[in-house]
Design a protein around this ligand. Structure first.
Ligand SMILES: [Zn+2]
Length: 178
C-alpha cells in the first residue's frame, strides 16, 4: 500500500517528457536520451536541466543514477568546479562534520527510496559517491534541482557554487529572448 502511494507520487511529481523536450535533450547530450521518465527540473529559460531516468535501460542494464543533469551550461560549470578539487574538500568535510555526514546519509536514503519505488535494483548503491564520499557533483546538483533544497547538502552547496559562477545566464536565464 505504501509502495503504491510512493509510486503514484513519483509518477505525478515531475512533468512527462514531450517530443520537443526529447529533441532538446538529444541535442544537449549529443545522443538520443535513454530510459527517460520525466523532466525533473528546468533552467529558468525553460529547457530541461535534469531528467529522471528509469533504474534500468530499455535493454535491462541497470542505470543507478535516477537524476541526470542535461543542461550543457550547468554541466560545464560543474565540470570546472570538479577540476578545482571541490569534491576532495567536500569528502574531507564529511569526515569532520557529523551534521553534514548525517544529512548526506539521509540524502542517500531518500535517493534510494525514490529509486526503489520505481524499480528496486536489489542493491543499495546510489550515485555520486553517496553516502561516504563525494565523487560526482553533476549527480548531486541534479538531485538538488529535482528535489529542492534541504534534501542533499552537497547538491545544495554545488548549486550555490554554480550560482556564484553566474548561472543562470545566457539561454539558461529567464530573460533570454526565445
Ligand atoms: Zn540551462
Amino acid at each position: 500500500m505504501r509502495l503504491a502511494t510512493l509510486l503514484l507520487v513519483n509518477q505525478t511529481q515531475f512533468e512527462p517528457v514531450t517530443d520537443a523536450d526529447r529533441e532538446v535533450i538529444a541535442e544537449q547530450l549529443g545522443r538520443p536520451p535513454r530510459a527517460l521518465r520525466a523532466v525533473a527540473a528546468r533552467c529558468p529559460g525553460g529547457h530541461p536541466a535534469v531528467v529522471q531516468t528509469s533504474p534500468r535501460l530499455e535493454d535491462g542494464t541497470p542505470f543507478p543514477t535516477l537524476y541526470y543533469l542535461t543542461c550543457p551550461r550547468l554541466a560545464s560549470l560543474v565540470g570546472k568546479l570538479e577540476a578545482q578539487g571541490v569534491m576532495r574538500e567536500m569528502t574531507e568535510r564529511l569526515g569532520s562534520d557529523p551534521g553534514l555526514a548525517a544529512a548526506y546519509q539521509r540524502a542517500h536514503e531518500s535517493y534510494l527510496a525514490q529509486r526503489d519505488a520505481i524499480e528496486p535494483l536489489g542493491h543499495q548503491v546510489t550515485a555520486g559517491g553517496m553516502p561516504g564520499r563525494v565523487k560526482c557533483l553533476h549527480v548531486h546538483l541534479a538531485h538538488t534541482l529535482a528535489c529542492g533544497p534541504g534534501v542533499n547538502p552537497i547538491g545544495d552547496e554545488t548549486l550555490e557554487l554554480v550560482r556564484a559562477e553566474g548561472w543562470p545566464s545566457g539561454d539558461c536565464a529567464a530573460d533570454f529572448p526565445q
